[in-house]
Design a protein around this ligand. Structure first.
Ligand SMILES: [Ca+2]
Ligand SMILES: [Ca+2]
Length: 238
């Protein structure tokens, strides 16, 4: 039986602002956000995907509100709060931001969910030839026994970095008293010093009698400039 008049309260109480009598019938005047003959239909402002990242959309008579999941903010929950801001993975490791979460990609030498655990590399005895292993954050250090060198004390002195200058030959020496560094340098002609780093000045003895002396790299070379060529003068070697 159709409703007649407003006396039977035909209009939806939530969506209706006023009921008008209309000659044996009625007219429901709706609040904003409601429609239908009885103002019983709520107009939905929420459409699929309006609130980001799966946050809940709550329909209101005059609009909507997004109830953001943790880690999100903004009117549409579109802002992903940076969970890596406080460097939870440590300064050396890489932090990848998630939603109210983060993933850590640990730098070499560290493990754990937040890369806070230092690997003790010394348990695998990386130092060779009697070297002492010292564990360090994210790394380790080998204190080598003489004469070995290298990151893992795996090299003889001459194998590490040639310690002799000017093309000198490096020779391993086993006597730790005479050669505490474990090597000596056999210098090329014209050089001296423990590492052959000194270029001998062959001109210092003034070998050129009547000319200029040029100190060169490998030998004494006399370049005499004969000023007075004649009897009584000796021509120097050229
Ligand atoms: Ca985040
Ligand atoms: Ca370590």
């Amino acid at each position: 039986m159709p409703a007649t008049g407003c006396t039977s309260n035909p209009c939806d109480t939530k969506g209706t602002s006023m009921c008008e009598e209309q000659r044996g019938s009625f007219k429901c005047t709706c609040h904003h956000g409601y429609t239908g003959l009885f103002c019983e239909i709520s107009i939905s402002h929420c459409v699929e995907g309006l609130c980001h990242h799966g946050s809940k959309c709550v329909n209101l008579p005059l609009g909507f509100v997004c109830e953001c999941l943790p880690g999100l903010q903004g009117r549409f929950c579109e802002v992903n709060i940076d969970d890596c801001l406080d460097k939870p993975c440590g300064a050396l490791s890489i932090c990848k931001d998630g939603i109210n979460a983060y993933d850590c990609f640990c730098a070499p030498g560290f493990v754990g969910p937040e890369c806070s655990l230092d690997i003790n590399e010394c348990v695998s005895y990386p130092c060779k030839n009697g070297g002492t292993c010292i564990d360090q954050p994210g790394n380790y250090y080998c204190r080598c026994a003489a004469p070995f060198k290298g990151i893992n004390c795996e090299l003889l002195p001459c194998e590490a970095v040639n310690p002799c200058d000017n093309g000198a030959e490096c020779m391993e020496e086993a006597d730790p008293v005479l050669f505490p560094l474990g090597f000596r340098c056999r210098c090329r002609q014209g050089f001296t010093g423990a590492r052959c780093e000194i270029n001998i000045d062959e001109c210092s003895s003034n070998p050129c009698l009547h000319g200029f002396c040029y100190d060169e790299v490998f030998a004494v070379i006399f370049r005499a400039v004969v000023l007075n060529w004649g009897p009584g003068h000796t021509k120097g070697p050229q």
